[in-house]
Ligand binder design. Sequence first.
Ligand SMILES: Cc1ncc(COP(=O)(O)O)c(C=O)c1O
Length: 373
Amino acid sequence: MTEFSSRVEQVSISGIREVFEAAGEDAINLGLGQPDFPTPAHAKEAAVAAIEAGDADGYTSNKGTRELREAIARKYDRENEFTVDPANVIATAGGSEALHVVMEAHVDAGDEVIIPDPGFVSYDALTRLAGGQPRPVGLREDLTLDPAAVEAAITDETAAFVVNSPANPTGAVQSVEDMRGFARIADEHDLLCISDEVYESMIFEGEHRSPAAFAETDNVVVVNACSKTYSMTGWRLGWVTASHDRIERMLRVHQYVQACASAPSQYAAEAALSGPQEPVEEMVTAFERRRDLVLGELEEMGLDCPTPEGAFYAMPRVPDGWVEEVLDRGVVVVPGEAFGDGGAGHARISYATDTDTLREALDIMHEATAAVR
Ligand SMILES: Cc1ncc(COP(=O)(O)O)c(C=O)c1O
């Protein structure tokens, strides 16, 4: 029989899925990594109009429509301190494909990729699928990634390091100084910094600055998506932006694995990025309120939780047996180990759910906490 590739044998289905599958049908799900808001109406309407006009029937350019890439470039002019040439953008099937093409284009067999631990599950898996070796680096007490720890983990084999702010699973936001530090490391060590910025607009405290705003070389690749910002996870629309040479290499991968991002989604994304941004503000305001609710309740339970300053996750330190007790009582939370060894002793709570349901889940967590103490 044809054997499976050694690369695919190194990855397994995410631990998050396993938790979902183990949970009962009526469980309250605080495990989801997607906003509970609708996609903005103007984005949906743009896709419908494009479909009805027949504009979305065919392939687009491999990089995506010129109009979408210009809308992405305008977003950087409006919101970030660096400019992006529309020619240096590839629209992808979500941030996931963007991360995949970055890894495939830059990681050789045996190369090491430094990843935050705990960190988003794809960093480990995509490194392995590219033939590389993940090099997890633990976080600070406040769950941010220390540039000094990244620098200390660099070896002759290191091909790249991943920065993710605001972060999944921690909700942590890196300081401007840290981002400057990551840019310096990319420059001085001539090393690729993969900056995953899919939660960049979801910040309650502090501010988002990309390492790309500070780097003096072309060593920062930025991954982003409409998925979280515009509650468009189902549309599968993200992008990657980098220097001309890097984009040209990533396009070789994207062309063969994807051809182009879904055309209707490209029209929706263009409208989401160019249209009114109030839906994003409303969502972020709601997340901040829920964050405060969750933090207050966790404190009452006596659980220590570094204040998440962005995204929609909290990652408290929890006693042994807590996750199982919460799951048994019908609330899905994800054990920290699902995000790497450094996640042990923590749980990830996603508060992308309405306040009433969240309150109900928090009541159950109170009971579970009392039961394991
Ligand atoms: C940190 C991070 N990066 C990338 C992604 C991928 O997002 P997308 O749905 O756009 O593929 C996710 C999704 O959960 C994420 O949390």
